[in-house]
Design a protein around this ligand. Structure first.
Ligand code: PMT
Length: 222
């Protein structure tokens, strides 16, 4: 029998949202459940890949035969990803990384006081942009784009600016797409300008198709 298609490939997947602490009991987060990234990790491992999943906090169990590294903040996710990037053949970034974090983390629980409370945020590093800058030939870098408007234009801009091979664009305002659903509706954009439109399907099916495309791309692109 033929060996599984990702045999011998090291695959790095990120999933879930990062959380950014405000004080010891509060944080800023987003609605990512991790389902999309976990489906990618599970299917990549089933197809023979050596998969490492770097995950923000989720309620999901570790997929079978996947090494899971749990992180909370964007800074922790960045360190975990950068440590393993050089070794990886395929990198898929499904995580919803916080773009900003509170500038100061209060050492004690912030007490209820005035009518208004302001929290100053500062920018987090963009992990995917950094990866695009240090990416080697033959490494395949796949990003996601979560958009609420101008899906194609915004995704195209990200594929170029972040030096990606492929981007999975989801309009997260559509019912059955995006955050914390069991289904997704995505468009796949490639760096050569091609676009493929997928209908609504389970995140598991979306993951399988993304992996089919990556496998084809491995065969032809280098
Ligand atoms: O987890 P689920 O509930 O299943 O939901 C799935 C999902 C909606 C989270 C997923 O399909 C998705 O769209 N993930 C990307 C979410 C996102 O943060 O998109 P973005 O357009 O803001 O970022 C673009 C890309 O840059 C992403 O690959 C992201 O991982 C990366 N990024 C963004 C900011 C940052 N500071 N560092 C990054 O690496």
């Amino acid at each position: 029998t033929a060996s599984p298609e990702f045999a011998g490939k090291k695959i790095l997947v990120t999933a879930g949202g990062t959380i950014e602490p405000i004080d010891p009991v509060r944080y800023i987060g987003n609605r990512s459940s991790g389902k999309m990234g976990y489906a990618l990790a599970r299917n990549a491992a089933k197809r023979g890949g050596a998969v490492t999943l770097i995950s923000g906090p989720t309620g999901l169990a570790a997929p079978e035969a996947v090494e899971v590294i749990r992180v909370e903040t964007a800074a922790q996710m960045r360190t975990a990803v950068l440590t393993r990037f050089a070794d990886a053949d395929i990198i898929i970034k499904a995580a919803a990384v916080a773009d900003y974090r509170p500038r100061e983390v209060a050492p004690q629980k912030i007490k209820k006081a005035g009518e208004v409370l302001s929290i100053t945020l500062e920018k987090n590093p963009d992990i995917l942009t950094e990866l695009g800058q240090i990416k080697r030939q033959r490494q395949i870098l796949v990003g996601f784009a979560a958009e609420t408007q101008n899906l194609i234009d915004n995704a195209r801009e990200k594929i170029v600016r972040k030096n990606l091979d492929m981007i999975v664009a989801n309009n997260v305002t559509l019912p059955g797409a995006g955050f914390n659903t069991d289904t997704n509706i995505v468009k796949l954009l490639y760096k050569d300008g091609n676009i493929e439109d997928l209908p609504k399907m389970s995140k598991d099916e979306v993951a399988r198709i993304i992996l089919d495309k990556i496998h084809q791309y491995c065969q032809t692109a280098y």
